[in-house]
Design a protein around this ligand. Structure first.
Ligand SMILES: C[S@@+](CC[C@H](N)C(=O)[O-])C[C@H]1O[C@@H](n2cnc3c(N)ncnc32)[C@H](O)[C@@H]1O
Length: 250
């Protein structure tokens, strides 16, 4: 369903030498430079995510499929929380550790290599779990949701951003998106209080990012060229998917 860790390793290595891609993403999503993102979650949308996580001082956030760790570190900073970031790309994890050091947050942050479906963390070891724009890579998604529930304390919150197909038979969309029905899958994974909300307002920045990516001269910048490939694919089926925020309680 997903891409391999080696493919993501190459993607993150390319990112490290493409300041132009980061500049574009940060400008369009309204992110400050320390929030290194490889997703489509804007600065405004992050406020809603933080509210939904309901984290308090000293609590532990698991940022699952954390990439370079930007969102989890920002949330830890805002909430006085600790963050554990897990991603299967060792290159991304190394970049996340460097970001934590640079932000002076290394004493509250731990980054480790692990899978969406097998984090390597202990049961009931996190107060909240965040998955930003990555649940579609889990195979199958419900196994990753069960893993989220396993690592959460009872009453802990899971917050997921992503996309769902409006029509699961729409072949313009990748199979990994068509497998998602988070309301059903979160309930099947044993979560309570499941809510899946459409976020049409979040799509304004998303569309703007893909459209702007197509206007730049990518030259031989592999990150910009891969963004442009993705932009063409996403824009061709943009209206076939909905942007969602899913929340639930363990
Ligand atoms: C679109 S990026 C989002 C990264 C980060 N959440 C962010 O918002 O910046 C998707 C991430 O999922 C990770 N990923 C994909 N499949 C995974 C898997 N099976 N287990 C763990 N991480 C995975 C990738 O390495 C990548 O960092």
């Amino acid at each position: 369903m997903g891409m391999s860790a080696a493919e993501f390793d190459r993607w993150y290595a390319d990112h490290a030498v493409s300041p132009a891609a980061d500049e574009l993403v940060q400008r369009v999503l309204g992110l400050p430079p320390q929030v290194q993102s490889t997703s489509l979650l804007s600065w405004d949308a992050l406020d809603e995510v933080v509210a939904a996580l309901d984290l308090h001082d000293g609590q532990v956030l698991l940022d699952l499929a954390c990439g370079r760790g930007g969102y989890g570190l920002e949330i830890a900073r805002r909430r006085g929380a600790r963050v554990t970031g897990v991603d299967f790309s060792a290159v991304a994890i190394e970049q996340a550790r460097r970001l934590a050091d640079a932000l002076g947050l290394a004493d509250r942050a731990e980054f480790r290599v692990g899978e969406l479906t097998a984090t390597g963390l202990g049961a009931a070891s996190a107060d909240a779990v965040l998955v930003v724009d990555a649940i579609q890579f889990a195979d199958p998604a419900v196994d990753a949701l069960r893993e989220c529930r396993r690592v959460l304390v009872p009453g802990g919150r899971v917050v997921i951003t992503g996309w769902e197909a409006l029509d699961p038979t729409d072949e313009r969309l990748p199979p990994r998106l068509r497998q998602l029905d988070l309301a059903e899958q979160l309930a099947r994974a044993g979560f309570a209080d499941v809510r899946v909300t459409s976020k049409p307002a979040w799509r304004v920045a998303e569309r703007a990012l893909w459209e702007e990516a197509l206007t730049v001269d990518a030259g031989d910048d592999r990150t910009l060229r891969s963004m442009q490939d993705e932009a063409r694919q996403v824009l061709a089926s943009f209206d076939g998917r909905r942007r969602i925020l899913a929340t639930a309680t363990a």
